[in-house]
Each structure stands twice: as C-alpha cells, then as structure tokens.
Write a protein that binds this ligand. Structure first.
Ligand SMILES: [Ca+2]
Length: 230
C-alpha cells in the first residue's frame, strides 16, 4: 500500500468506493495478502488453499465469481485472469454486513447488488437469462454434497422450481408458450416469494453456502484472522 500518507489516501478512496470502513479494509488487506502469498494480485489457484472452501459444493462457482467481469464491473461478460486488491474489495462488498446507520434505500440497494452477484452465478453464459439448463447445473452442484439426494431428484427439484418461476413471472402460460428463462427482474420478483421451492433453493442453500465462506473468513468474530489452519 505504499508510503504512509498515500496509503491513507488510498484507504479513504477505497472506503468511498466500497462502503467498507478503514478497519475492514485493513483486515481485508491482510486477508488478501494471505491469499495472494504477498503478491499484488490473486489468481484462481490461490483459492486452492482455503480450507473453508474444501467441502463447499459450489466452490468452483464461488471462485469463478471473483473473476467474473460482471461482478468486477469491468464488462458484461468474460473472466479476468487475476484480480488486484481493489477488485477483491469490490467482490467482498457484495457481502458487506448491513450497517445500522444505513437507511432503507441503502439496505435495499445492498440487497439488490448481492442478488445480482447470485444471479451471475447461475447465468454462466452471461446472456442475462437463467435457462433451465443453467439452473439444473447449479442445483445439481448445490445438492451434490448431500448423499441422500440422487442426481435425478436434484433435477426434478430444479425443474419444479423453474415451473414455479414461470408461473410467478409470466402467470398462466399458453400451451405453446415457452418460458425462456429468468431475467434479473424476474429474479428480484422471485426473491419476494419465500414460499416457492425456487426461493428455498436460491436463498437458503446458495446464500448459506456463500455466506458461510465469506463471513467465516472475513467477519466471523470468534475466528480472528490468522494463518489458514491446516
Ligand atoms: Ca444464461
């Protein structure tokens, strides 16, 4: 982070861009250095040593999300080869804890940004729609860690959830009408339907997996930063 003076200016700039406090930025910088092995950038391989990711069924999707240009706000598709500290903060800011000083509008904005990040994990070809195939793919991965669930059941959960999505977003479909997939607006609409199996999969399973990872390494109060165990 350079000399003391420029470093503090840099931190202030990052506070404005990401909404993190200077303490959080400092803490994340230590984590970044740990991940990168003291290098200026992180590559995908650097995530191989994160123990909390080992048992995570959607680990490859989470790691990929860090390099997704859409999440880095650097383009509408494609992946970066490596990310610097500011990029890392941008990704982490999607999981910034809700601050008690935030007003309702800011809370909603944070929630929307986080949902957009989740949406990108499903929409793997970056065309702005989650197709049935893309959805099945995520659900199968999410449930792959559960030995009691067969691949076939994962598929039927995905298919059922997609039908629910169509009925919420389009309403009564004509017999020859095809629902082409979930747009981000549909995705927002669906997130207000906690009764649907779609929302159960999306919110409980996926954010559970994601937040476990992100919170655990970054903000978990009983788990102070230190060397990676093991
Ligand atoms: Ca897509």
């Amino acid at each position: 982070m350079g000399a003391a003076h420029s470093a503090s200016e840099e931190v202030r700039e990052l506070e404005g861009k990401t909404g993190f406090s200077s303490d959080q930025i400092e803490q994340l910088h230590r984590r970044f250095k740990q991940l990168s092995g003291d290098q200026p950038t992180i590559r995908k391989e650097n995530f191989n040593n994160v123990p909390d990711l080992e048992l995570n069924p959607i680990r490859s999707k989470i790691v990929r999300a860090f390099f997704d240009n859409r999440n880095l706000r650097k383009g509408s598709s494609g992946l970066a080869d490596e990310i610097n500290f500011e990029d890392f903060l941008t990704i982490m800011s999607y999981f910034r804890p809700i601050d008690t000083t935030m007003d309702e509008e800011q809370v909603q904005l944070c929630r929307k940004e986080k949902l957009r990040f989740l949406f990108h994990m499903y929409d793997s070809d970056s065309d702005g729609r989650i197709t049935l195939e893309e959805y099945r793919n995520v659900v199968e991965e999410l449930l792959s860690g559960n030995p009691h669930i067969e691949k076939e059941s994962a598929r039927s959960i995905a298919d059922g959830a997609m039908m629910e999505a169509a009925s919420v977003c389009v309403g009564q479909m004509e017999p020859d009408q095809v629902y082409e997939g979930i747009t981000f607006d549909d995705f927002l609409k669906l997130s207000h339907h906690p009764w649907s199996s779609w929302a159960r999969v999306a919110e409980e399973q996926e954010s559970w997996a994601l937040e476990l990872v992100v919170w655990h390494w970054v903000w978990w109060p009983e788990c102070p930063l230190g060397p990676w165990p093991g």
